[in-house]
Design a protein around this ligand. Structure first.
Ligand code: ZN
Length: 432
């Protein structure tokens, strides 16, 4: 798949290599252009609608015309912690940030992205409380609420690429209102008139962008909605702003809540130590004896919301603010991962490399390799090397699967050329 590998390369360059550096990812899509839209999610970690929507655009959308930059996880530590901000609210640090503030580097770096000469339209995604209304209706629907609004700091920004902020936000609002799941979700334009003295908003990211003569908008989905509903509304808004910025795109799903939920919950690859892959979907809460290298963990994923974080003696895997699983490591020296693993699955011959996954209906058999010991995790046998054995689903202890349904099993390889065994890779067998 050409598209996937291109994208994978692009993100690895900006991705995480260590659990201690939860830096945000900057993903550049489309063709380089001096008319680039910057999409931001996750400035506050307890707003999953925004960072899930930005992440889906980063991973699933194909930009066919124009230029889009996506930062889906601006405040990544706060996303992992499910907090508005682990070190205070990052969205109040754009007028001034202390040098010793833990967010200092992120704020300064994203300011450089915002002021990049190619960036012309900025959209910052939030999940806000309740539903904004111009008049007080009840405690959930009133002028103090932020949910389901298209936010601008002022009506116009003369001299910027898209000066008619209010006109643009209003047309996005009108499109959102044509796709409401319920009448109660009705969107409104909220003008914070920041320059007139809104002390809080003066410190925000969008207002900083305005002072740099960049056309900036925020979109808010209501915290009263579930994650996929919020993401659904954000995606509608993002698409409208992309059209304003001359960006064309395709996406591999139709824009409805059910498909958005599927896109959020799709299987995600997590590659560990450049050697093997765990597919993240429906995993058990704990996976034991996972081969690890001593020293710092290294991992990568095409999904920018994946993080692996050391906690005591184990490593927790996160997808945004969702806990995925906990890996209990077993430490090995690593050999070069095997790139030619022959096996027979349901009578069909396959050649795989470490990190691959294969499907099987009835049984599989790994062909013997010189100086390599094969270990099918959970396969009940007395032999040390489990190559050349017909492995059926029945012959594996179900509690060793990596997934909750007892379908996906690890097949691990160890070289024993020297006296000390070295881990040489893993493939996954998925029973249908
Ligand atoms: Zn927010």
């Amino acid at each position: 798949m050409r598209k996937f590998s291109l994208f994978f390369v692009a993100i690895v360059a900006t991705s995480l290599t260590s659990a201690n550096t939860l830096d945000y990812a900057l993903i550049k899509k489309g063709e380089p252009s001096e008319n680039t839209m910057l999409l931001l999610g996750g400035i506050q970690g307890d707003e999953p609608g925004g960072f899930l929507a930005a992440s889906i655009v980063a991973t699933d959308y194909n930009i066919t015309k124009g230029s889009l930059w996506v930062v889906p996880n601006l405040n990544f530590p706060s996303i992992i912690e499910r907090s508005r901000g682990t070190k205070g609210d990052m969205n109040r640090k754009f007028a001034h940030v202390e040098k010793n503030d833990p967010d200092y580097n992120s704020v300064m770096r994203i300011k450089d992205v915002i002021t990049d000469k190619n960036v012309t339209l900025i959209l910052n995604l939030h999940d806000g409380s309740g539903y904004y209304r111009d008049k007080f209706i009840n405690k959930d629907e009133n002028p103090d609420k932020w949910g389901n609004t298209c936010i601008i700091d002022q009506s116009t920004l003369p001299g910027s690429k898209y000066p008619e902020l209010e006109e643009i936000a209003t047309s996005v609002k009108d499109v959102l209102n044509k796709h409401l799941l319920e009448q109660k979700h009705q969107y409104h334009v909220k003008n914070t008139h920041t320059a007139l003295g809104d002390q809080e908003m003066l410190k925000s990211l969008t207002y900083y962008a305005i002072t740099q003569n960049k056309s900036a908008f925020a979109n808010e989905a209501s915290k009263n909605l579930n994650a996929e509903q919020r993401t659904y509304y954000h995606l509608i808004a993002i698409e409208e702003y992309m059209k304003k910025a001359g960006i064309s795109f395709t996406r591999p799903f139709s824009l409805d809540v059910k498909s958005v939920k599927k896109a959020i919950e799709k299987e995600i690859r997590l590659e560990l130590f450049d050697t093997y892959v765990l597919s993240l979907k429906n995993l058990r809460p704990v996976i034991n004896f996972v081969p690890f290298k001593k020293g710092e963990i290294s991992y990568s994923s095409p999904n920018p919301l994946i993080a692996v974080i050391k906690e005591n003696d184990s490593f927790k895997v996160h997808y945004g603010n969702r806990f995925v699983t906990r890996l209990k490591p077993q430490y090995f020296e690593f050999a070069k991962p095997l790139d030619k693993i022959s096996l027979i699955s349901d009578g069909k011959e396959l050649t795989l490399k470490s990190g691959d996954k294969f499907g099987v209906k009835n049984s599989f058999k790994i062909k013997s390799l010189k100086n390599v010991r094969v270990n099918v995790i959970g396969y009940g046998t007395k032999s040390v090397d489990e190559s050349e054995q017909e492995v059926t689903k029945k012959s594996i202890n179900k509690s060793y699967s990596i997934d909750k349904d007892g379908k996906i099993y690890r097949v691990e390889f160890y070289t024993n050329e020297s006296s000390k065994e070295k881990f040489a890779g893993m493939i996954l067998a998925e029973f249908k």
